[in-house]
Design a protein around this ligand. Structure first.
Ligand SMILES: Cc1ncc(COP(=O)(O)O)c(C=O)c1O
Length: 368
């Protein structure tokens, strides 16, 4: 069996370092807004080439608080791709603003910049591109549209640790960016965790109030804020894992290259591409085929782990039915949602496992 993902192997490779780091936090009882958190904020921001990092409880709240810090709320609209995890749009909804869905680029699966213009109204305040699967959205085009229309840009980097756009890290380009460190992410914590990156002093200051009940001194509160802090144990673990991130991204890229060699010529199969401006970090490796459900059933039967990121575009989700989205609104996202399959991808896969998975996929796609 080749699993879709296995977190245990990675844990075993760093277990002694992680256990020592947890012990240190416990010995110091430095659980909340600790030095470990501040150091991880600095180290991750510096890794990405951003001025500030603000650690928060998870990726959803990173996006939500980034929007709040940019003063987005009731009556505003934020443009988001339809083919993403629901948290992208939920973060917008939680501010009181309305997500406006846009279809995806047929090659990169990220928001299609050529479709953003027609989604802009006088209520639009921001664009939230998602660097989906680890491939960067076309940031020059998106920043150009945003600047021409006076809009903010919040990058959803939940899947983009180690992703580059024209040599710059995802998360260092827009007005702010939200990262998730959910355990299965390319840089994953041992629980929930998230961070906002920004180059703006003002936005960073505002975020530090928002995440900590608006606190200026222990019992003095400048605003009504939230409780959304990155805890010390998670920060200590993430500091250790950050040292290995580049190595792990390179391992993912090597597996992607290997899949390309083994599956590139298989009829009826579309593999991910990497645009000239991109360095893909392959958070997930997504292929497309017809007869998707039958193919997946066979893959599982034959021992190749697989999944779907994501089976239903957001404009068709029950949670967003009140916005009136209907079948046919986003033809590319809708077609792809029926064709996509995520296949085994994690740094610790062996070359033999990639060959085995590719062999099963080739056989199944040619025979179903
Ligand atoms: C694209 C995207 N945005 C946002 C999130 C939310 O992150 P979290 O699960 O840490 O709240 C995720 C994570 O699953 C994601 O994949």
């Amino acid at each position: 069996m080749v699993p879709l993902i296995d977190l245990k192997i990675q844990h075993r490779s760093i277990a002694s370092e992680v256990e020592a780091a947890i012990k240190k936090v416990c010995d110091n009882t430095a659980f909340i807004l600790s030095d470990e958190m501040k150091q991880f904020e600095e180290e991750f921001a510096s890794y990405c080439g951003a001025k500030h990092g603000v650690g928060v409880a998870n990726g959803t709240e990173a996006l939500f608080l980034a929007l709040k810090a940019l003063n987005i709320g009731q009556g505003d609209e934020v443009i988001v791709p339809s083919n993403t995890f629901i948290a992208t749009a939920a973060a917008v909804s939680h501010t009181g603003a309305t997500p406006v869905f846009v279809d995806c680029d047929p090659e990169t699966y990220c928001i299609d910049p050529s479709r953003i213009g027609s989604a802009i109204t006088e209520k639009t305040r921001a664009i939230m591109p998602v660097h989906l699967y680890g491939h960067p959205a076309d940031m020059d085009a998106i920043m150009g549209i945003a600047r021409a229309n006076g809009l903010k840009v919040v990058e959803d980097c939940a899947q983009a640790h180690g992703t580059l756009y024209r040599g710059k890290h995802a998360g260092s380009i827009g007005d702010a960016a939200g990262f998730s460190f959910y355990p299965s992410k390319t840089l994953g914590a041992y629980g929930d965790a998230g961070m906002i990156l920004t180059n703006s002093d003002e936005v960073a200051d505002s975020l530090k109030l928002l995440r900590d009940n608006g606190r200026t001194t222990w019992y003095e509160h400048a605003i009504i804020g939230y409780n959304s802090r990155l805890d010390g144990i998670q920060a200590a673990i993430l500091r250790i894992k950050l040292k290995y991130l580049d190595k792990w991204v390179e391992a993912r890229r090597a597996h992607a290259q290997h899949y390309q060699e083994l599956l590139g010529n298989v009829q009826g199969l579309t593999l991910p591409i990497e645009k000239p401006y991109a360095k893909h970090s392959y958070y997930v490796y997504v292929i497309r085929t017809n007869n998707r459900d039958a193919v997946m059933a066979e893959l599982k039967e034959k021992g190749c782990g697989c999944g779907i990121h994501y089976p239903l575009p957001l404009h068709l989700q029950p949670a967003y039915a009140f916005l009136g989205g209907k079948e046919g609104d986003m033809p590319v996202a809708e077609e792809y949602a029926k064709q996509i399959i995520s296949i085994p991808m994690f740094p610790e896969l062996t070359s033999e496992q990639v060959s085995e998975a590719a062999g099963i996929i080739k056989d199944v796609v040619q025979n179903v």
